[in-house]
Design a protein around this ligand. Structure first.
Ligand SMILES: Cc1ncc(COP(=O)(O)O)c(C=O)c1O
Length: 399
């Protein structure tokens, strides 16, 4: 009611500034491209999707790109393409999003979780090597926060044991490892274009790969397992006749999403530069804080900077990570946690028997990491406000 303050209103003064965790960077060009597609008479998978695949493949430097409805669909389809069987094992990092583990389960295999390395929080190649068994069929390295994992070591293990590599590159666009673009390294690479990702189509994903036979299989399986050009069946150039050679999925991208993706792809280098600028500001203001244990960036990688993760040294603080998140929120700064490692979730604990002690690095990180806002529409002042607020709170709560 007018004039009467809601009872939930706190007495705390409004923060000086409010910085959300994320806001998508969608401009007039994306809007115009989607409107054009709406007017074109073709909404679902079609010519824009094909064009997006071609441009994406060219941008990454991969021979083939297959567009799908999400990063999760990309991972599932990639694993499905290798026809895994019950009892097969797929190794992945425990420090990842739910989708990485779930798609391994959906592909019929058992997710074998491994720990991460303390310096980068990326998948630990030594632990990958330790966890290989005669049933291991594939490894799913996750390029955590956008930094490429130690691919040479992982490729070596894969070659030794004839394992497939499906990279979870949901965070890693654009990124490169020792001169090779992420998207050209493993057997198949899965990207995500979810609303918060470095390139967004609202929801969407892409697979890149070299093998033409596997690319054809992915194209067919993403649309019910129908014969190759079945998506054209409602157009003048298409035919109503198709064959279903496999019980496939409904994982196609739409032309609406692809038209947005085409614009975002053209903007990607500039969007990435802006992320690097914000990271430089954060680094400058947060580097050398004794209460923080920095994550390192390998010298020979290009980091996509999807996330800016800070890690607390609990022995230097009187408050824990959860309390810091609340204090930041009160100060107008929204943060996230990436991730609660898979082994700490009830499914992995109860159904698969994982324990916190088996993953010392990820288990410690689970209670000490948080991700600061990192999006291209942030101003330098927003970034400075976030970093100085973190510094102020660390100072005030130092042990
Ligand atoms: C590491 C990782 N893998 C996979 C996914 C799944 O992607 P999507 O949300 O596009 O299905 C995400 C995020 O959403 C992610 O962070």
């Amino acid at each position: 009611m007018r004039g009467s303050a809601p009872s939930t209103m706190s007495n705390a003064p409004a923060p000086e500034r409010s910085v959300p965790f994320y806001r998508p960077d969608i401009g007039e060009e994306e809007i115009a491209a989607v409107v054009d597609t709406l007017r074109s008479g073709w909404l679902t998978v079609g010519p824009r999707t094909q064009e997006f695949e071609e441009e994406f493949a060219r941008a990454v430097g991969a021979p083939h790109a297959v567009a799908v409805s999400s990063g999760t669909a990309a991972l599932h389809l990639a694993l499905d393409a290798f026809d895994l069987e019950p009892g097969d094992e797929v190794i992945t990092s425990t420090l990842t999003f739910a989708a990485t583990g779930a798609t391994i389960v959906h592909s019929g295999a058992r997710p074998v979780l491994v720990d991460c390395t303390r310096d980068t929080l990326n998948i630990d190649p030594a632990d990958v090597a330790r966890k290989v068994t005669p049933r291991t069929r594939a490894v799913v390295p996750v390029h955590f926060a956008g930094q490429p994992a130690a691919m040479d070591e992982i490729l070596e293990v894969a070659q030794q044991h004839r394992l497939k590599i499906v990279e979870d590159a949901a965070h890693a666009l654009p990124a490169s490892y020792r001169g090779r673009a992420v998207g050209t390294i493993g057997d198949v690479t899965a990207f995500s274009f979810y609303a918060t990702k470095n390139l967004t189509t609202g929801e969407g994903g892409m697979l890149t790969l070299t093998d033409a036979t596997v690319a054809d299989r992915l194209r067919s399986r993403r649309l019910h397992g129908m014969s190759r050009d079945a998506w054209r069946r409602y157009s003048a150039q298409g035919s109503w006749r198709y064959d279903v050679s496999y019980p496939g999925f409904k994982y196609n991208m739409t032309d609406l999403a692809a038209s947005m993706g085409l614009v975002q792809l053209r903007r990607l280098p500039a969007l990435h530069r802006r992320r690097q600028e914000i990271v430089a500001l954060y680094d400058e203001l947060l580097r050398d804080r004794p209460e923080l244990e920095p994550l390192t960036v390998a010298p020979d990688v290009m980091h996509a900077w999807h996330l800016y993760v800070i890690r607390l040294r609990p022995e230097r603080l009187r408050i824990d990570r959860d309390a810091l998140i609340e204090l930041l929120k009160t100060a107008g700064v929204s943060t996230g946690v990436h991730f609660i490692p898979l082994h700490l979730h009830s499914f992995y604990r109860d159904a698969l028997g994982y324990h916190a002690e088996d993953f010392p690095v990820a288990s410690a990180a689970a209670g000490t990491i948080l991700s600061l806002p990192l999006f291209t529409l942030m101003s330098d002042d927003d970034a400075r406000y976030v970093a100085t607020t973190v510094r102020r709170l660390l100072d005030a709560n130092r042990r």
